[in-house]
Design a protein around this ligand. Structure first.
Ligand SMILES: [Zn+2]
Length: 98
């Protein structure tokens, strides 16, 4: 039971993925498997507070950089918290037993 930002900010624990898509129109070039549309950005993330189901959200191009930076910052913070936790655990193990 370790604390993780995955539970408080599940979207920031996600992954940005660049994808090409089919638009759904039958007579479009993409329907024949040629030249899909794109690139489009999607965020895949697990909804940890609600059972961890995989979710996918479209990310507007204007938000990609902002989200990328937010994800990076969240992961960095998470790693820092994990290492602090590890140091605490090690210190605790080294305590002399009474
Ligand atoms: Zn199309």
């Amino acid at each position: 039971m370790t604390y993780s930002f995955r539970h408080t900010d599940p979207m920031l624990a996600g992954t940005l993925v660049k994808e090409k898509v089919k638009c759904g129109r039958k007579n479009c070039r993409c329907a024949r498997g040629k030249k899909l549309h794109g690139w489009y950005y999607y965020l895949y993330w697990r909804d940890y507070p609600n059972g961890g189901t995989l979710k996918k959200d479209y990310v507007p191009r204007a938000d990609v950089k902002i989200l990328e930076n937010a994800i990076k910052a969240a992961k960095k913070k998470d790693n820092e918290e994990k290492s602090v936790l590890q140091i605490c655990r090690q210190l605790f193990k080294q305590l002399p037993t009474l």
